[in-house]
Design a protein around this ligand. Structure first.
Ligand SMILES: N[C@@H](CCC(=O)N[C@@H](CS)C(=O)NCC(=O)O)C(=O)O
Length: 194
């Protein structure tokens, strides 16, 4: 298996942590999606990372890749009803990443093209998600789980792209929960380059 990824992608970071934690045999191939890499385009017509090559076929969209890789060895995703909660937490993390990515893209355009309404909606969504996480922190679990994998990567992405939010000042329980994840080897080794 081969993973096409970008070192700054938080979506790819989830997959890479999962690979590291489970010791899976996956070759990691770095690319820059904005360079319109032909290998990436042939794997994923949407031109987005991550994409996983399995034999002659490709799997994409990071939650699908995570679910596939997780199923290969001692699944974190439980069977039955609780799986829906784990998938929903994973979607919450992904949604936070989507929101931070979107408002950052607004801000790196020339200022006269900024759409403040849209940027503000994404920023507000991120704040609401952080506030919600602070209220459900006891549910997030301590070892890696399918849901908290995305939440931890989302918090890492807020730190990477929106550090000025200073979320730790307002969400102390979440900050304490996140500390133990920040110290894990797989999290450190997949950190975006500064
Ligand atoms: N929903 C997708 C989002 C992937 C995504 O947007 N990746 C970004 C990098 S962080 C990308 O490849 N962007 C290139 C583009 O949109 O053209 C997933 O979870 O895999």
């Amino acid at each position: 298996m081969k993973l096409i990824y970008s070192p700054t992608s938080p979506y790819a970071r989830k997959v890479r942590i999962l690979i590291h934690e489970k010791g899976l045999d996956v070759e990691e191939i770095a690319t820059v999606p904005f360079d319109d890499d032909a290998v990436l385009h042939s794997a994923n017509p949407l031109g987005k990372v991550p994409a996983l090559l399995v034999g002659d076929s490709a799997i994409y969209d990071s939650p699908v890749i995570c679910e596939y890789l997780d199923s290969l060895d001692k699944p974190w995703l439980p069977n039955g009803e609780t799986a829906w909660r784990q998938k929903t937490l994973h979607a919450l993390g992904d949604g936070m990443i989507d929101a931070v990515l979107t408002f950052r893209m607004e801000r790196i355009r020339p200022q006269e093209q900024w759409w403040d309404f849209w940027a503000m909606r994404q920023e507000n969504a991120t704040v609401r998600a952080l506030q919600h996480l602070e209220t459900i922190v006891d549910e997030l679990g301590e070892p890696w789980e399918f849901g908290n994998l995305a939440i931890a990567c989302a918090l890492g992405y807020v730190d990477f792209r929106a550090a000025d939010m200073q979320w730790r000042d307002h969400m102390p329980k979440l900050a304490e929960w996140f500390e133990s994840f920040e110290q894990r080897k797989s999290f450190i080794e997949t950190a975006p380059p500064t």
